[in-house]
Ligand binder design. Structure first.
Ligand SMILES: [Zn+2]
Length: 645
């Protein structure tokens, strides 16, 4: 009995230490006090002023609740005692929450657990995916606090602010929030993963950027500063500039932006981010900060700061929130100053997985089949921003094993990959695609990636390499798969060589995906019905699954989140290869259209729309673009690399 009691006493003290309510030293002091006075450990702590009575009671209540929720699940027959014990054992190892542990073990989905918990605690459950939060309300809790406490302000009413908490039983967070808001908040329960995502969307850095720009603008004075003065006074303005840079990058990473554009205009500075292929703009009034910002970027990228009449290219690494982002910088002199575009490349190889390109299962299987052949030419086509770089790197990543030698010839090298020999093109000193490719073939490679086939010479060497035991991957700036083969012949390659080297052509485009959190059924209007029918050549296509995003906090009110790849795959074999070999363009096109599994890009996009993955507008945008090849040619500068997305 005595022993049992002692163990209990010890446990409370240990629990308090474990939960960082008191330190181990404080516990020792309390234990000594307890020995001297014979009081309970809790009382000893309160007497010594190490913890308030309120806090202690709150903690005990919380501990009881923790025990109860697991038992309650068992009592209600939702989980078995064995499952609970298994989860508790796992929880001890990982330190994760019970709900997450149960979900991880596949015992019950987290959402179900949260709903049950909210019932037990008599706290409402709020589905963050379903609500819109105003930015004003959200700002009631500063970001650092919100992140530490896992709590966000959701709404304000006469009876206080409604706060969504990942753990509504957390008394200490409740105390802190009460102090912050000067009255106890109303509490709702939210899913932790949704909470983290909402925080990323809502705590934008735009306000920080505006304020930092203002501060720097004041420091710099009027716009009459010359760039040399700014470079000379660099020590003075460096800190605020670094702050703006940090905010810019944090915001871009949070928003999943692929590029940051810094564009000085006549009277203002424009900062734009490309998110899911679409530019988002922020206006900064302090135009005079532009030269300081641009100088800092140029300095970081190792460019000539004083050279402002010529375009320059460079790159640097930046650490943002524990992630290393590779930044490729391009500057361009414009009428109101230098414009800078920074492309952000996340170097984690997880992004270079073929499965993440968003290919249809059949196409992915066929594409994998071809890249695993020992030789042949595989082409991936599409304009800048079509995601073809991601597809090609994904293929390289899949092939990258010790038994294969892989060499790439790129302009520029986008991602750095282990074990792969990557060569940067440098035309000025004679390192062209053709010259490097010739050398590379003497290096005994198994796989060669040729960044782009721009000229006849490169095409001819690549075709020859593909016919002599190498797997060659490359890109061409063409509209679709069918025109790619024809273009290759038009470039001057022999049609029978093209036919025997070429294995498959993959043409792709990225289209925006309907936000899954605010998707609503969409009933197409009559003229839209006719349009879909005409395009697919079907009498009454099933439009019952079509969706459109209403706009929510998860998608920045755009109704879209993320992108999917519309892909057209043409396998060059059989009758198709024979037509190509004869140089019979018309026959080639006819056979291509009948090939099994061949779905033209506009059809692929329209199928996505019918399946509710994208909207009719997005699908139509692609069709319009394909109908206007001149636009495509303009949008496809041959010196620009493909964009990873
Ligand atoms: Zn949404």
């Amino acid at each position: 009995m005595q022993q049992q009691l002692r163990r209990n006493k010890l446990r409370l003290g240990d629990l308090l230490v474990e939960n960082k309510i008191i330190t181990a030293e404080q516990l020792q002091a309390a234990l000594i006090h307890q020995k001297q006075t014979g009081t309970k450990i809790g009382q000893a702590l309160v007497t010594l002023g190490l913890v308030t009575e309120e806090k202690l009671h709150g903690f005990l209540a919380q501990q009881r609740r923790k025990v109860r929720i697991g038992d309650a699940l068992v009592n209600e027959g939702i989980i078995t005692e064995e499952q609970l014990q298994k989860a508790l054992a796992e929880q001890k190892k990982t330190g994760k929450k019970l709900g997450q542990t149960l979900a991880y073990l596949g015992i019950m989905p987290e959402q179900k657990f949260l709903e049950f918990l909210s019932q037990q605690l008599d706290v409402p459950f709020v589905d963050l995916k379903q609500i819109n939060i105003s930015a004003d309300i959200f700002q009631k809790i500063p970001e650092t606090m919100a992140r530490r406490f896992r709590a966000v302000a959701l709404a304000e009413g006469a009876d206080g602010i409604l706060v969504g908490m990942a753990d509504p039983t957390d008394i200490f967070v409740f105390d802190e929030l009460t102090r912050l808001m000067k009255r106890p908040p109303r509490v709702a329960m939210v899913s932790e993963s949704d909470l983290l995502r909402v925080m990323d969307r809502m705590y934008r850095r735009t306000d920080d950027i505006r304020e930092q720009a203002k501060a720097l603008g004041e420091e710099l004075g009027d716009a009459s500063f010359s760039i040399d003065q700014i470079v000379q006074s660099e020590m003075v303005v460096d800190a605020p500039v670094v702050k703006i840079m940090q905010s810019l990058f944090e915001d871009a990473i949070q928003m999943g932006a692929s590029d940051i554009h810094i564009e000085p205009d006549e009277t203002l500075l424009r900062i734009r981010q490309r998110i899911d292929g679409i530019l988002n703009e922020q206006i900064v009034k302090e135009k005079q900060i532009a030269p300081a910002l641009v100088s800092k970027i140029k300095l970081m990228a190792g460019l000539e700061i004083a050279e402002k009449r010529l375009p320059q290219d460079g790159r640097f690494n930046m650490k943002v929130r524990d992630r290393t982002v590779d930044v490729r910088v391009s500057t361009l002199p414009t009428q109101y100053g230098e414009s800078v575009v920074m492309r952000l490349l996340d170097q984690s190889s997880a992004n270079l997985d073929l499965d993440r390109v968003g290919m249809d299962a059949y196409i992915l299987r066929r594409f994998r089949y071809y890249i695993e052949r020992p030789h042949g030419l595989i082409l991936v086509t599409g304009p800048t921003g079509s995601g073809k770089t991601t597809t090609l790197y994904g293929a390289l990543n899949a092939l990258n094993v010790a038994e294969r030698k892989i060499i790439t010839i790129e302009d520029p090298v986008e991602y750095r990959l282990n074990r792969i020999n990557q060569v940067q093109i440098h035309a000025k000193i004679g390192l062209t695609f053709a010259s490097v490719l010739r050398t590379v073939l003497r290096q005994d490679p198994d796989v060669v990636l040729v960044g782009e086939m721009r000229d006849r010479e490169t095409a001819e060497i690549a075709i020859k390499a593909a016919m002599t035991g190498h797997l060659v991957l490359s890109t061409l700036h063409t509209n679709d798969a069918v025109s790619t083969a024809i273009r290759l012949v038009d470039m001057g390659a022999e049609s029978f060589s093209v036919a025997s080297a070429l294995r498959c052509i993959l043409a792709q485009r990225l289209i925006r995906r309907v936000c899954r959190d605010c998707a609503r059924p969409y009933l197409p209007e009559e003229h839209e019905q006719i349009l879909i029918q005409g395009m697919l050549g079907q009498d009454s296509p099933d439009t019952s699954r079509m969706l459109r995003g209403a706009g929510c906090s998860q998608c920045n009110q755009s109704g879209y989140r993320g992108r999917i790849a519309a892909i057209e795959l043409l396998e060059v074999k059989g009758e198709l290869a024979r037509a190509l070999s004869r140089g019979d363009t018309g026959g080639f096109i006819d056979v291509a259209r009948q090939q099994r599994g061949y779905v033209p890009l506009p059809h692929a996009a329209m199928q996505f729309a019918l399946r509710g993955l994208t909207t009719l507008e997005e699908a139509m945008k692609l069709t319009t673009e394909l109908d206007d090849p001149e636009e495509m040619a303009e949008a496809a500068p041959t010196t620009k690399p493909a964009v990873a997305s």
